[in-house]
Ligand binder design. Structure first.
Ligand SMILES: Nc1ncnc2c1ncn2[C@@H]1O[C@H](COP(=O)(O)OP(=O)(O)OP(=O)(O)O)[C@@H](O)[C@H]1O
Length: 254
């Protein structure tokens, strides 16, 4: 690929209390590329994302970040409860010192991008549904125009219909604004829907088990292609057996 790498990880390893959860992770993401990170619960997805984003220092390995500015979206929207939707979205813009008029214009722009109804901008988080709160979180992340976004299972708590709408939002925003992303998910269909490339973490803490390029382009894949690709991988590709087969939360239950 000729585009420059925006995230380069070499030999990344990490352990908690002497127990290795990641080892020898080598990863290279390119500008505008959306990569989904899959793996069973406890395989180290969130740890790897936190290391890549600079929240956590790895025990081993090196990182290079070539992007200009990143943003993060988590499973919980993490909104300020005492601030309105508009004030939450404007928060990073205030921190960067942007003036009031420019801020208001940008809030309106990203709220529209997140399909958040302008009539609800004056509402507080407690007055919003889960899906509306997650739209605010996405609008807030996009407000400072990041060129890279980290998503940590952002839609896991949402119902399937809303989930697909939010996935569409990410696909549309990523292609319109050209940001790259590392998107952690448990869901192979979600990964196939939104990503250019799917990375799979090994269940036993040995780093990346492998990767697959998703045929086609995010946003241009129809529902049938997404379904058949995901189910084909789960049924016939050994790389994906571990994703659903050895979940830390269900291990030893039967
Ligand atoms: N701060 C911590 N201290 C100790 N152990 C931790 C800590 N954070 C994570 N772990 C352990 O490290 C392993 C990897 O955790 P991590 O959250 O990165 O996995 P994950 O793949 O994101 O899991 P999930 O899908 O359940 O969110 C797990 O066994 C977890 O219990």
């Amino acid at each position: 690929m000729s585009r420059p790498p925006v995230l380069v990880l070499e030999g990344i390893g990490h352990a908690y209390f002497g127990r290795y959860v990641l080892e020898g992770v080598r990863l290279r993401l390119h500008a505008g590329e959306v990569a989904a990170l899959l793996g069973p619960s406890g395989s180290g997805k969130s740890t790897l994302l936190a290391i890549a984003a600079g929240i956590l220092d790895p025990l081993r390995g090196t990182l290079e970040r070539g992007y200009r500015r990143h943003a993060m979206v988590f499973q919980e929207p993490r909104l300020l409860p005492w601030a309105t939707a508009a004030q939450n979205i404007a928060y990073p813009l205030r921190l960067s010192g942007l003036g009031r008029a420019a801020r208001d214009a940008r809030v309106a722009e990203v709220a529209a991008l997140a399909h958040f109804d302008p009539a609800d901008l004056g509402k507080y988080p407690v007055e919003l549904s889960g899906g509306m709160r997650q739209r605010v979180a996405i609008a807030r992340a996009l407000a400072p125009a990041p060129d890279f976004v980290y998503f940590d299972e952002p839609f896991t708590a949402l119902d399937p219909g809303l989930r697909r709408a939010m996935q569409d939002l990410v696909i549309e925003a990523a292609s319109r604004h050209g940001f790259g992303a590392l998107f952690v998910t448990h869901d192979v269909q979600e990964a196939v829907r939104i990503a250019h490339r799917v990375l799979v973490l090994d269940a036993g803490g040995r780093g990346l088990a492998g990767e697959r390029v998703v045929p086609g382009v995010p946003g241009a894949r129809d529902a049938r292609t997404v379904f058949e690709t995901a189910h084909g991988w789960l049924a016939h590709d050994a790389l994906f057996q571990a994703v659903e087969g050895s979940d830390e939360r269900t291990a030893g239950w039967s």
